[in-house]
Design a binder for this molecule. Structure first.
Ligand code: URP
Ligand code: ZN
Ligand code: ZN
Length: 514
């Protein structure tokens, strides 16, 4: 048979207009579970082919990109943003256009923002308001979590409508912000049970709001009015206590829990321990917490870094959080992007409790995680993909439409240069804000090209997004990744326990049925 060509499987390609078709050759594809050399062919915003060049016949007129020496990654998914959020009497300056433009510039092609109703406001009305702010402005695809910022029978009823008719599967409860968003434990238990009935995902902002409120009063009375009062009022154990309580409340309610923004080593340990005990819990940390610590930040600058839970003081915290991501104690990275201009932050100059909370991160998250994770030798590229994209897609039920380079997935694709560096600066960032908490940081790992559903939005250092190009993504309830874990199909452990005098093997998650 020598000399005769090997039969190859040809993929039929329909001839369509050239700008809809992109062929990326000679790259190294990285998914969360494996990495391999392959070419990628995209048509009409969808990945049509991933495999060896010999298996595809590419029509003429297709845009061809040579990715030799580069990695081909799924676009980043930031599961935690707040664009144009009204908070503390101020509105965050990155709106859905500027915010998603900054996201795309940094290699994030999907964001999940939060609908946060006012106290007493209908969740459905708030959802409509947020949709009206986002649709028509977003440059990449997006979804919503909905905040349970107050609790009542009508809230409970509307949750069902949101799940069944509006593509919502995740609800966030605040254990902090007393008098604003905070729920008490009884309300949380009722909300958790409702989320379970709906097969949704429970999320928490975990800090003990009662302790914080008391500490804020004490500190202000004692004359501590500067930004140092922020962290003093909400130290690591105040966060870790709430994380632990949330894990227990969720476990009692048999509902999957997603802990938003663990910013301390202690909280990451609590989440890891809960996971190893069979609790169905997922943990997120933030670009701000792995890229920065407060050690060394001048007192006069501290107010610009205020966010909750705080960016922590210890110099070792960023590396410890990165290790938690590497060991799967934590699963995702978000940004909690909620940006304010310096003048807005300065409204709290004489009272730290009035500083609007929030910092940037949606643009720099991918490069920071690469720098502190892969470049620092703590993560391999597959784990990078898992914690910046795939895990969020799985938890919120967007996978494999998002979070994977595979035939059939959306063509949210990065051509990633691991060797290129970039210096972060407010002079060059794409945010609306006039401050960048990572100012001057040099990161390896640059998204040389960013494709959003097949549309080339970043190339040659230029960002060319299309306002309104993004689509709202429905997140269906019952995400298999989450509910398989909850039902013990993936991480539940069996134990021998006595049931009515007889020993029985039970999954750890089922024991409370006894
Ligand atoms: O501190 C922050 N990030 N403010 C936004 C609201 C929240 O807590 O998520
Ligand atoms: Zn929060
Ligand atoms: Zn947030």
């Amino acid at each position: 048979m020598s000399g005769s060509p090997k039969p190859v499987k040809k993929v039929p390609i329909h001839l369509q207009s050239a700008q809809n078709r992109v062929y990326i050759k000679n790259g190294q594809v990285v998914n969360h579970d494996r990495t391999f050399k392959a070419d990628v062919y995209i048509e009409d915003g969808i990945i049509k082919f991933v495999g060896p060049a010999s298996d595809i016949t590419v029509p003429g007129g297709v845009r061809t990109i040579d990715a030799s020496g580069k990695l081909i990654l799924p676009g980043g998914i930031d599961p935690h943003t707040h664009f144009q959020l009204k908070f503390g009497g101020q509105v965050s300056v990155d709106d859905f256009y500027k915010g998603t433009r900054a996201a795309v510039a940094g290699g994030t092609t999907t964001i999940i923002d939060f609908v946060l109703p006012n106290k007493g406001e209908s969740l459905l009305d708030a959802y409509d308001t947020w949709r009206s702010w986002a649709d028509g402005k977003v440059c990449c695809d997006y979804a919503f979590h909905v905040g349970l910022t107050w609790w009542s029978k009508s809230v409970s009823n509307e949750m069902k409508t949101l799940c069944e008719e509006h593509g919502i599967n995740s609800f966030k409860m605040f254990m902090a912000y007393k008098g604003l968003y905070q729920l008490n434990d009884t309300e949380m238990l009722e909300a958790l049970e409702r989320i379970k009935e709906l097969n949704g995902v429970a999320m928490v902002h975990a800090e003990n709001g009662d302790i914080i409120a008391r500490n804020v009063n004490k500190l202000l009375k004692a004359g501590v009015t500067g930004p140092e009062g922020h962290e003093l009022s909400r130290q690591e154990e105040v966060e870790a206590e709430a994380v632990n309580r949330a894990c227990v409340l969720a476990h009692q309610s048999k509902v999957p829990l997603y802990v938003s923004k663990a910013t301390s080593k202690l909280s990451a340990e609590v989440i890891g321990r809960a996971k190893r005990s069979g609790y169905c819990v997922f943990g997120e940390t933030l670009a701000s917490s792995i890229g920065k610590c407060m050690n060394g930040v001048k007192k006069s600058q501290q107010l610009y870094y205020i966010t909750s839970p705080p960016i922590r003081e210890p110099a070792e915290t960023p590396r410890q959080l990165m290790k938690s991501l590497a060991y799967d104690d934590l699963q995702t990275t978000g940004s909690d992007n909620c940006t304010f201009n310096c003048s807005q932050k300065e409204s709290g100059l004489n009272d730290f409790s009035k500083i609007p909370n929030g910092v940037n991160g949606v643009e720099d998250r991918m490069s920071i995680v690469w720098e502190k994770g892969v470049h620092a030798g703590l993560l391999d590229p597959c784990r990078f993909v898992a914690i910046t994209s795939t895990n969020a897609a799985k938890i919120f039920n967007l996978y494999p439409q998002k979070g994977r380079i595979a035939a059939g997935s959306d063509a949210d694709v990065l051509i990633w240069d691991p060797n290129q560096t970039r210096k972060i600066s407010k002079e060059t960032h794409h945010h609306a804000c006039d401050f960048n908490i990572f100012e001057g940081m040099v990161c390896h790992g640059v998204p040389e090209m960013v494709l959003v559903r097949g549309r080339v939005c970043v190339e040659n250092g230029q960002v060319r997004v299309a306002e309104g190009f993004g689509r709202f993504l429905e997140t269906p309830v019952n995400p298999p990744f989450v509910y398989d874990a909850l039902n013990g199909k993936t991480n539940g452990e069996e134990e021998e326990v006595a049931v009515n005098g007889n020993m029985k093997k039970l999954n750890i998650n089922e024991q409370l049925e006894i």
